[in-house]
Design a protein around this ligand. Structure first.
Ligand code: AMP
Length: 536
């Protein structure tokens, strides 16, 4: 009998992380990752990949650790009192412990989480513990983003990076892609195309400022649709099975029974539809986005919720129907098949435009009817799974940014006892860090302040006199009057009159607006107004 190979130690992963951090060159990072990935057993690959990119679970996995700063501090103190010499921690054990922490519930869960954490922390030496804590706090920051990891996987498996990237778009799970690439090679990756009932990364749009640019880019003709102010969903049906996924690929089927019934009523049995759902009142008028999110989060009393907050569905794409894969088909064809499959009243309002005037008039109509703006889509373009590009443009008035909350301060006066002043940051795509550009305590209701206080505590990474620094996870849409140059923040910019327009639980920090976009918006302001001499 052969003995199984020893499990990879967490210490090896931590060593790799330190190495990666100290290696600025992308090419060298890729080499280090490849070497490490090749040394792993099959079942270790997925968990290790997630940990190295600083994630605890796969992208679409909705589980959370719910470990706040206070619990962790107590676990660290508790660990110091442990004198037992423990077995060194392995990668698989770390991953199982995270799953166990996420699974705790009930009255004793805080204590149980602390106990699990204590034993985890007690099994690594101080340098490795630092890496473990960084993973726990979502602050790995070793310069390994998804892109670098995908290249590392390609090198480890000796496969073209393009195939690895495409498989990732369809599978939406970096760990699983690595596992398939390394153990099944190219045939495995190739078969990772569209599969009904598994979520697909949605195609994304770039911002367009001038309708003429859109027309030029799309060859003189573009399909313009209302950009609806709701949440994106994909509806999969395979016979009797229906599954609905959010933009972040989480399974939201159980919260949306009326959409399940709708999918079952259509005259085809295998399809993948894409669209947007909007919460409406009984008169059909759009309700605030927060109400929609309440529907998404709901696990109990769903029937009652669907009576209270009816949903309206707007469909705009069809990726496969009854065995016909349409991902590579031009948008023109996908739309006509969509029209043939679904009733007219669930189609997104749309027209074909050939002039700037037509686009502007349709934009006006969309805004007047309470929507966000327009989407402009190239009629000849295939569906680029997971990609943001010029085949789809969004056109909307630019005075809002999606920002990430990086810290929260205690309020005073009426807001006493609430973590109610939020530090707002853009994402620096080059470094993966968040750059602060303002603070606000405006825009939330009392009920939202209370909920946000709990969320901030659970995400805290360090406690200060004034509040907490938090793990950058919560995305908020922030309205502002102006972007100003400011010596106040290292970013060099600050928002004037920032206020939270809504909490964007459908977005993650990776969807937040970037530093580059902020600078672009800053520059663009001067197209509308004068510039002070000092600015020139
Ligand atoms: P943004 O969130 O500003 O990056 O815009 C992209 C989002 O707009 C998508 O993820 C959809 O949720 C939403 N959206 C609204 N209407 C449409 C539409 N007609 N086509 C595509 N996406 C839409």
């Amino acid at each position: 009998m052969t003995t199984p190979p020893p499990e990879t130690l967490f210490a090896a992963l931590a060593r790799l992380a330190r190495h990666l951090e100290a290696t600025p060159k992308r090419l060298e990072k890729r080499g280090l990752l490849a070497e490490f990935l090749r040394s792993l057993q099959r079942e270790e690959i997925a968990p290790a990949v997630h940990l190295v990119v600083g994630r605890i679970f796969a992208e679409a996995d909705a589980r959370a650790l719910n470990v706040g700063w206070a619990t962790l501090r107590r676990a660290l103190e508790g660990k110091r009192q442990t004198t037992l010499v423990a077995e060194p921690l392995t990668v698989l054990e770390a991953s199982r412990a995270f799953a166990a922490i996420a699974a705790t519930h009930g009255p004793d869960s805080v204590r149980e989480r602390r106990r699990l954490l204590e034993s985890l922390l007690g099994r690594v030496d101080p340098a490795d513990r630092d890496i473990l804590l960084r993973i726990l706090f979502g602050e790995m920051r070793i310069g390994v983003n998804e892109g670098v990891m995908l290249e590392g996987i390609a090198e480890a498996a000796d496969l073209p990076a393009e195939n690895v990237r495409t498989a990732h778009m369809f599978l939406g799970d970096l760990g699983r892609v690595a596992e398939i690439a390394l153990s099944e090679g190219l045939p495995g990756l190739r078969s990772a195309g569209l599969r009904l009932l598994s979520p697909v990364k949605p195609m994304l749009a770039e911002m367009a400022e001038d309708p003429d640019d859109v027309l030029t880019e799309h060859g003189g003709e573009t399909a313009i649709e209302f950009k609806l102010d709701g949440a994106r969903i994909q509806i999969h049906r395979d016979g009797d099975a229906v599954r609905i996924f959010s933009r972040r690929l989480t399974d939201v089927t159980d919260s949306l029974p009326e959409l399940v019934a709708f999918a079952k009523s259509l005259p085809a049995s295998r399809f993948l539809l894409e669209g947007e759902v909007v919460a409406v009142d009984h008169g059909g008028r759009p309700l605030p986005f927060q109400d929609l999110m309440r529907r998404f989060r709901r696990v109990h009393g769903i029937e009652e919720a669907s009576r209270e907050i009816p949903l309206k569905l707007f469909l705009f794409d069809l990726l496969t129907v009854d065995g016909r894969d349409l991902v590579d088909a031009p948008y023109r064809e996908r739309w006509s098949r969509l029209e043939a499959l679904v009733p007219r009243d669930v189609l997104t309002p749309r027209t074909i435009a050939r002039t700037k005037g037509e686009i502007e008039a349709f934009l006006q109509r969309s805004l007047e009817e309470g929507h966000e703006g327009l989407m402009a889509k190239a009629l000849d373009a295939p569906y680029s799974v997971g990609k943001r590009g010029k085949k789809w443009f969004k056109i909307k008035p630019a005075d809002r940014l999606d920002l990430v909350i990086v810290a929260a301060e205690w309020g005073s006066g009426r807001r006493q006892g609430w973590l109610s002043n939020y530090w707002l940051a853009v994402r620096d795509a080059a470094t993966g860090r968040f750059q602060m550009i303002g603070k606000t305590f405006k825009g939330l209701t009392d009920e939202e302040f209370i909920l946000m206080t709990e969320r901030m505590k659970a995400l805290a990474v360090s406690e200060e006199r004034w509040g907490y620094h938090v793990r950058p996870e919560v995305v908020v849409e922030v309205a502002y009057n102006e972007i100003q140059k400011s010596p106040h923040y290292p970013s060099g910019f600050a928002l004037r009159f920032a206020r939270i327009a809504r909490i964007r639980d459908d977005k993650g920090p990776e969807d937040a607006d970037t530093y580059a976009r902020l600078k672009e918006l800053y520059e663009r302001q001067f197209e509308r107004k004068g510039r002070a001499p000092a600015e020139l």
